[in-house]
Design a protein around this ligand. Structure first.
Ligand code: PHE
Length: 374
């Protein structure tokens, strides 16, 4: 009997890969590593990877190492659901980190919620993301704040009275941010001269830009993603629409200046972080990131993703468990966590309240202008 028991347990051990799986805590990540918004996923993945490596070097969590399993959403609708289902059902991850684009986070959130697997978006700012359910968190500010920040910037700094808004009709992020911007800008006494739409991935924006030009705005607010924004700025210049263009965090990519060149000079956008400013925590992050990624300077996406992994590790430690409900409860109780992008306290809506930074494109670089506190 005893002998039989031992051979069974030996067999069981062999079948589960010598117990190796039990020594690792699996964390899923879904990101746009390829496609239209590839730099979002690539920057995020670097931030997440660095955090996981540092956590493991420091001994891991609950005596175990974290194993990061990354899936590519290809910047496409439809992929988030497929890959997050895979991460949960096939791989058995204990939590999911991602996505950047709000529409893609919104697609995956109900799946995490249904499976009671906590999801943390590093940088999706549309309010609806965390409204998807009580297992869905984020570590960045939300767009009612970001829209207000840029509306006040338009009124106070640009001294603009009339603004045109050009929105990506396919993006929840763009539609939300456009609305929050308009609400505050009109509350400031400003006028919206034109509201026009495009579809992310379009190549010709001239018809809408011509219509915008006809309304003689003082500036144009484009709450879009960098690939479209760069082309929009180029075509605006070609049409002689020489007023300031400005937008939100979706502009942040080294590709914006690579594609847009002089057409994006003198534009402005708000985002979550700039490597020139910040705490001691931020400075050591920049140094470690540069060491790890061949001298590359981290952007806001890397910083937010890095923070998302630390927020998760901190919650698993406090939960003393990787069980979904316990990790969820610990995430909801996150308080005063010193992170790279600021201090993170998760509120009752599962969002933190954090500052924004405003950057100006100057000589092909992103120059820090100011920090706006909530
Ligand atoms: N906030 C954007 C969204 O919700 C994503 C984004 C974050 C893009 C940070 C760039 C930088 O879709």
């Amino acid at each position: 009997m005893k002998k039989l028991f031992w051979s069974f347990s030996l067999l069981a051990t062999l079948l589960t890969g010598c117990g190796k799986q039990n020594d690792m805590i699996k964390v899923g990540e879904f990101a746009s590593l390829t496609g239209k918004e590839a730099t979002f996923g690539q920057s995020s993945h670097e931030g997440t990877s660095l955090a996981i490596e540092e956590i493991n070097t420091a001994g891991g969590v609950l005596g175990k190492k974290l194993e990061l399993l990354t899936e590519d959403t290809q910047s496409k609708a439809g992929e988030p659901a497929t890959v997050v289902n895979k991460l949960i059902s096939r791989d058995g991850v204990v939590a999911v980190l991602g996505e950047v684009a709000s529409s893609r986070s919104l697609e995956a959130a109900p799946i995490c919620q249904q499976n009671k697997i906590p999801m943390i978006s590093p940088s999706s700012t549309n309010p609806k993301v965390t409204e998807s359910g009580d297992y869905i968190f984020r570590v960045c500010f939300i767009d009612p704040f970001q829209g207000t920040v840029m509306a006040n910037f338009a009124t106070k700094t640009l001294k603009a009275k009339k603004i045109a808004v050009f929105t990506d009709a396919k993006s929840d992020y763009s539609k939300g941010l456009a609305k929050f911007f308009k609400d505050q800008f009109t509350a400031n006494g400003g006028t919206i001269t034109a509201e026009l739409d495009y579809n992310g991935g379009d190549k010709d924006f001239k018809a809408q830009l011509t219509a915008i030009k006809a309304t003689s705005p003082d500036g144009v607010f484009v709450p879009g993603y960098y690939t479209d924004v760069a082309i929009i700025c180029i075509q605006a210049k070609q049409l002689g629409l020489n007023v300031p263009f400005f937008g939100g965090d979706g502009w942040e990519s080294e590709k914006l200046v690579e594609i847009g060149k002089e057409a994006v000079e003198g534009t402005y956008f708000s985002t979550h972080y700039h490597s020139d400013v910040g705490s001691a925590k931020s400075k050591s992050f920049v140094a470690n990131y540069k060491k790890r990624f061949n001298g590359k300077t981290p952007d806001a996406l890397s910083a937010c993703a890095y923070d998302s992994a630390f927020v998760l590790a901190d919650a698993i430690k406090r939960a003393g468990s990787t069980e979904g409900l316990k990790v969820r409860d610990a995430l909801a109780a996150t308080k005063g966590l010193e992170a790279v992008t600021g201090t993170i306290t998760i509120n009752e809506k599962r969002d933190p309240v954090k500052a924004a930074v405003i950057l100006k494109v100057e000589n092909g670089k992103y120059k820090y202008l100011e920090t706006v506190n909530p």
